[in-house]
Design a binder for this molecule. Structure first.
Ligand code: SAM
Length: 224
C-alpha cells in the first residue's frame, strides 16, 4: 500500500479511537509528512501508530499521542506555543499547521518554539523542519526546556513531550492566564499520567489527569 493510502487508513483509525476529534487536528495530521521526520530506513513505517527511534536513544511519539495532545491543547490560529522536547521536529510542525495554517494570511500566524536538550537532535529537528517547509513558523532551540524559554514567554500553550517528576514552576510562570499546559508526570520507564494544567484568568491553577502514557524521561534542572 502507498504511504498516502496508509495515512488515510490511519486517520480513519485515529478518528474511531477518538484521538482525532476535530477538523484542524485531522488536516494538520494529513498535511505534515511524518515520513520526512524519520531516518530513511524507517520511512515505510511512518503511518503505523507507534513511536519510532530517531537516534540518541530518543523517539518520535506515536501518531495517536500527537493527535490526542493537539486536541487537548485546544489550539487556535495565532497562538504562541512552546514545546519542550523537539525530538524529530514533527509534533511542532503539526501544531504550526493549526496555529499558522499554510492557507491563512501570514499576519494572522502564531508561532511554535520547540526546545531540545540533545544538540544532535536539535540540529536534526531544525533540518527536518526546514525540509518540510515550516522554518518560518517553527523555531528549534538547543537547551534545557525544563526551565521553559523565558525569552519568548508568555505562551498561550505549552506541551512537554518527556515525563517529569512534577510540574516545573517556570512552565507555569511562562503560561498566559487562560493558557493550557500538557505534561506527562511520573517515573522514567514506567507508566506516567498525562496532566492537563489550566491557568485561570485570575492566576489559579487547575490540574486534571487525562490518561496513562509512557514517555522518555525529562532531563535538565527540573527533570529526573
Ligand atoms: N516531540 C518529538 C517529536 O515530534 O519527534 C518527540 C519527543 S521525544 C518523545 C522527547 C524528547 O525530549 C527527546 O528528544 C529528549 O531528548 C527531549 N528532552 C528531554 N529532556 C529535555 C529537556 N529538559 N529539554 C528539552 N528537551 C528534552
Amino acid at each position: 500500500m502507498s504511504l498516502a493510502r496508509e495515512k488515510e487508513r490511519l486517520i480513519h483509525e485515529l478518528k474511531a479511537l477518538g484521538a482525532i476529534r476535530s477538523k484542524p487536528v485531522e488536516e494538520a495530521f494529513r498535511k505534515v509528512p511524518r515520513e520526512l521526520f524519520l531516518p530513511e530506513h524507517l520511512r515505510m513505517y511512518a503511518y503505523l501508530d507507534t513511536p519510532l527511534p530517531i537516534g540518541s536513544g530518543q523517539t518520535i511519539s506515536a501518531p495517536h499521542m500527537v493527535c490526542l495532545m493537539n486536541e487537548e491543547l485546544e489550539l487556535k490560529i495565532g497562538y504562541k506555543v512552546l514545546e519542550v522536547g523537539a525530538g524529530s521536529g514533527y509534533h511542532a510542525c503539526t501544531i504550526a499547521e493549526i496555529v499558522a495554517p499554510s492557507d491563512t494570511e501570514r499576519n494572522l500566524w502564531g508561532h511554535v518554539w520547540t526546545i531540545e536538550i540533545i544538540e544532535d537532535l536539535a540540529n536534526y529537528a531544525r533540518r527536518n523542519v526546514e525540509k518540510a517547509g515550516y522554518g518560518d513558523r517553527v523555531t528549534v532551540i538547543h537547551g534545557d526546556g525544563s526551565k521553559g524559554l523565558a525569552e519568548y514567554a508568555p505562551y498561550d500553550r505549552i506541551l512537554v513531550t518527556a515525563a517529569a517528576p512534577d510540574i516545573p514552576q517556570p512552565l507555569i510562570d511562562q503560561l498566559k492566564p487562560g493558557g493550557i499546559l500538557l505534561i506527562p508526570i511520573g517515573r522514567p520507564y514506567s507508566t506516567q499520567v498525562l496532566v492537563k494544567v489550566e491557568k485561570k484568568m485570575d492566576g489559579r491553577i487547575e490540574r486534571r489527569s487525562l490518561l496513562d502514557v509512557i514517555f522518555v524521561p525529562l532531563r535538565g534542572d527540573y527533570g529526573w
